[in-house]
Design a protein around this ligand. Structure first.
Ligand code: AVJ
Ligand code: FE
Length: 433
């Protein structure tokens, strides 16, 4: 195998080790449904294997179905999450055997395909990028499930760099056009393509995500009790949910506590806020006299390099993430403190755009002009519309393989079990532009 094929094989091993580590626990915990929002963990485990069978074995490799009856069970569109526990899905050991069998043949496909040939699934290893990213995305979902399960065990206490005093710093992005999306990232999803020119007026965007300290000030100012700050649907959500602080926060003896993977700890005020839904982010921004950035504003501030006229793969450049540049890949089961990654700043000076927390944007999930679904409609296309808001940047639980300047995530505006935070923006005044 050549170098690139070996790299792909190594990424396949790494993501599988991650999935197996998250499911290395008692069967009871794997088959139980911890929340109606989430699948049983054993469903995710076999689903990533079935996805690999569909795309690598069958579509890219022309291999006949190993277990055709699996397709229906693990089709996310056929069975809503809340029904998944009642399906005759594979048990933990069977699921592990099934995905291992698929993996063996996937490596045979990798061996034989031409990474430079005309087949768009083969070219640059696209189909492997698809399954590697897909499995990492499900691993992040499994972490959110484990967090909801309140079972301890997945707290990793890897060392993160210290933060620094930050204040309310903003960076200025002058008026001008930039290229949004990509035609060049080989493993980009269809929803990131094609690149197109977007003109933005001048704007300010926070240098850092909103911290727990700032968010606690909103809570303590009665932010959750004043409809003035909330979008109309957000206020309905606030009343129905009885939410009064981010998910997993409680107030005891004048101190904010949070439960992280089953363990209570005082809320670390120097970290970005996480586990807030879009409505909470939107309300905070209004309270702070600001607004959420649009997706285009977020992307330009993250990667656009006006000096070279191109977008960087990551804020700091095109080289992959390092521990001193971003907090990714579940090094520690938490966001890093604000100011931890000065070397990871974007050309405009925005920090922590990649890693730590997914950042809600103001934008609904829509196709870029010229969008073509590839390789299937159900990844992106069926979600386009006003029901979903876009999140950017990747969390501490996202893997480097599934984050970049152009990467788009989306969710319902009420979701907060995900590792979601935000930063604010504001339009420049006429004198500033
Ligand atoms: C892009 C994270 C919204 O988890 O629903 C997984 C990713 N797509 N399997 C999701 C996905 C198919 C997707 N998100
Ligand atoms: Fe999936």
């Amino acid at each position: 195998m050549n170098d690139f094929k070996e790299q792909i094989a190594a990424e396949l091993v790494a993501v599988r080790n991650r999935s197996l580590a998250y499911t290395d626990t008692e069967d009871d915990l794997l088959v139980r449904q911890h929340s109606p929002l989430m699948s049983p963990l054993v469903w995710d485990l076999a689903h990533v294997g079935n996805y690999e069978e569909l795309w690598v074995l069958r579509e890219a490799g022309g291999i006949t179905p190993l277990r055709p009856e699996m397709d229906d069970l693990y089709d996310a569109f056929k069975h809503p999450r809340k029904n998944r526990p009642s399906l005759p899905i594979l048990g933990p050991d069977e699921a592990r055997r099934y995905i291992e069998g698929v993996r063996g043949r996937a490596l045979d496909v990798l061996d034989t395909i031409d990474l430079h040939g005309p087949d768009p699934l083969h070219r640059d290893g696209f189909v492997f990028g698809l399954v590697i990213q897909h499995e990492h995305q499900h691993d992040e979902t499994m972490l959110a499930t484990l967090q909801l399960s309140k079972e301890p065990g997945l707290v990793r206490d890897g060392v993160l760099p210290p933060g620094r005093a930050t204040g309310d710093e903003e960076v200025f992005v002058p008026a001008g056009s930039f290229l949004m999306g990509t035609d060049v990232q080989p493993w980009a999803y269809d929803n990131e393509r094609p690149a197109y020119r977007v003109h933005l007026p001048g704007y300010w965007i926070d240098r850092f995500p909103v911290g727990n300290d700032a968010y606690a000030a909103f809570v303590e100012d009665g932010g959750y009790d004043d409809p003035h700050w909330w979008a109309p649907e957000g206020w309905l959500w606030r009343q129905e949910s009885h939410a009064s602080a981010p998910l997993f926060w409680t107030r005891e003896g004048g101190t904010w506590w949070r439960t992280r993977f089953g363990r209570p700890e005082p809320v670390p005020m120097e970290e970005p806020v996480q586990h807030v839904c879009w409505y909470e982010a939107d309300a905070y921004a209004r309270w702070a006299g600001r607004r959420l950035p649009t997706e285009a504003e977020w992307e330009k501030a993250c990667g656009w390099d006006a000096a070279t006229g191109r977008s960087r793969t990551y804020p700091w450049g095109d080289d992959g993430p390092r521990p001193d540049l971003a907090n990714l890949g579940h090094r520690a089961a938490r966001p890093a403190p604000l100011g931890a990654f000065p070397a990871g700043a974007s050309p405009y000076g925005a920090e922590q755009m990649i890693g730590d927390v997914w950042e809600w944007t103001d934008s609904v999930f829509l196709p870029y002009p010229g969008f073509r679904s590839f390789p299937y409609r159900e990844y992106s296309e069926v979600f386009f519309g006003k029901d979903y808001r876009v999140l950017r940047g990747g969390s501490w639980a996202a893997d480097p393989a599934a984050v970049r300047t152009t990467f788009r995530n989306w969710d319902h505006p009420i979701r907060r079990q995900i590792f979601s935070g935000f930063r604010c923006a504001r339009s420049a005044s006429p004198e500033e532009v």
